[in-house]
Design a binder for this molecule. Structure first.
Ligand SMILES: Cc1ncc(COP(=O)(O)O)c(C=O)c1O
Length: 450
């Protein structure tokens, strides 16, 4: 909710009328001759960039090496044989505890905002668990009472967008008809969500990234969370997939806060509707962390009954390493401050370049999130694909334009996800410069077309 767009009006006034002198004209006010001049100048800069041979992949939110190093001591935590026993005596080297070590449930239930009885701790990836939960619901149903989704005929899924491309790929692959719901500053358009789920029994669920959303960085407002809890879906097996991937991933400065959906749902008697997910992929090691899921006791017991057939258990040694390293929520919180110290200057470097290069020309808008992994850029309509392809040609790979919408179809060809976490800051600054040149070229070309 507190994610801000750059105040163009103010910036533009400051830049254009600095000490009474007109310094820069908005792109949209330029004549064709002026646009061509700008295009030629930017094209020259672009060609220079191309000759530098940049080779940078910024397509995904990948932690930088220094971030991974923060958790390296975790690898030396279990040494002697005695270290491998959990506080309740469980030998983590052996079978058992298929739903997670007791100490891991204690820690990760707090991260998710649930009790240990409402939590399962898994292996290394929450995306894998979301996929798996979906497939179980397809094959066996969400609660053992309602029909498996595969037997429900046409099934639909709500997809707030811009959103997380891998969510959309799961529901697309499983054959859901995906319905795009606009995502605003406070969360999904709840009027639309309420209207749709109340009236259409074939709608079985919704994807949500409620905190520091991927890619727009917004956090759902308290009102949005309460409206989710109070939903009265036509489908008794409608489920909210609450992917709280960035629940502790604040940057420096102001922080967002999120109301606990499970608690709110309990007040409305709708707790069975809630599946909450998270992981330590961007806390400890990406792809080698620990994932967890929470829901009502009824939901968790049902899914455990299915899991029992599927697995003897996940990697409890890694779970124990995490518990010993982070200890408690305070330990997690302190660790995330170290991540913020690495990430925040990178976010600032990108937004500073956008402000310097694009704000005076009045091109596009972008988010300045308080946490998470992304900056979301809105280009002028019809320019996103061109910008991404110009960047790629000059050696910087961004997430495909359109990927943040169901079916890869951004109706305005406008949203671009920028992932600033991985590159060293100097390289990132270069990439941001190149990005701005590409934006100017694409926007000028678009205006000249008109
Ligand atoms: C919203 C969201 N959920 C899930 C994931 C993947 O998490 P995991 O590594 O736990 O599978 C990501 C990774 O970028 C993400 O942005």
């Amino acid at each position: 909710m507190t994610c801000k767009n750059v105040p163009f009006g103010i910036l533009y006034t400051m830049v254009t009328f600095y000490k009474g002198t007109v310094l820069q004209m908005m792109l949209k006010d330029m004549s064709a001759v002026e646009l061509r001049q700008l295009l030629a100048a930017e094209q020259k800069k672009y060609d220079e960039f191309k000759s530098r041979g940049l080779d940078l992949n910024m397509s995904r939110g990948v932690p930088a090496k220094e971030q991974l190093t923060l958790a390296q001591p975790m690898m030396d935590i279990l040494n002697s044989e005695a270290d491998f026993f959990d506080e309740d005596g469980t030998d983590t080297r052996n079978y058992g505890c298929f739903d997670g070590l007791a100490s891991a449930k204690k820690l990760f239930s707090q991260m998710l905002g649930a009790s240990p009885e409402e939590t399962i701790v898994f292996g290394n990836s929450s995306l894998n668990i979301m996929y798996d939960t979906m497939v179980k619901a397809m094959l066996f149903g969400v609660d053992g009472v309602n029909k498996p989704w595969k037997d429900c005929g046409k099934i639909k899924w709500l997809c707030p967008a811009p959103g997380y491309d891998r969510h959309f790929l799961i529901t697309e692959k499983l054959g859901f008809e995906m319905i795009t719901v606009p995502l605003g500053q406070d969360g999904p358009d709840m009027d639309m969500v309420e209207k749709l789920v109340q009236s259409d029994e074939s709608i079985k669920g919704i994807w949500c990234v409620p905190m520091y959303s991927n890619p727009t960085g917004i956090t759902y407002s308290d009102e949005t969370v309460k409206r989710f809890a109070a939903l009265k879906p036509a489908a008794p097996d409608f489920r909210i997939f609450w992917d709280n991937a960035y629940c502790i991933h604040h940057l420096d400065g102001e922080r967002d806060s999120l109301l606990n959906l499970l608690d709110e749902a309990k007040k409305c008697g709708s707790e069975d509707m809630v599946f909450m997910f998270s992981s330590t992929s961007k806390v400890s090691f990406a792809g080698a962390g620990v994932a967890a899921m929470a829901g009502s006791v009824k939901t968790i017991e049902y899914f455990k009954s299915l899991m029992k057939i599927q697995t003897i258990g996940y990697d409890k040694i890694n779970q124990l390493r995490h518990v010993r390293f982070f200890k408690d929520m305070n330990g997690l919180e302190e660790h995330m401050k170290k991540h913020a110290a690495i990430l925040s200057p990178k976010f600032r470097a990108v937004t500073a370049t956008l402000e310097e290069e694009l704000a005076p020309l009045g091109i596009g808008s972008w988010t300045k999130p308080n946490g998470g992994y992304f900056i979301s850029f809105q280009s002028p309509d019809g320019c996103a694909k061109r910008i991404v392809s110009l960047c790629k040609e000059a050696g910087v790979t961004l997430t495909d334009a359109g990927a943040t919408y169901p079916y890869g179809n951004d109706p305005h060809d406008s949203n671009i996800r920028i992932a600033p976490s991985f590159p060293p800051i100097e390289t990132l600054k270069l990439a941001a410069e190149l990005f701005c040149i590409a934006v100017k070229i694409a926007a000028a070309e678009k205006l000249l077309e008109k």
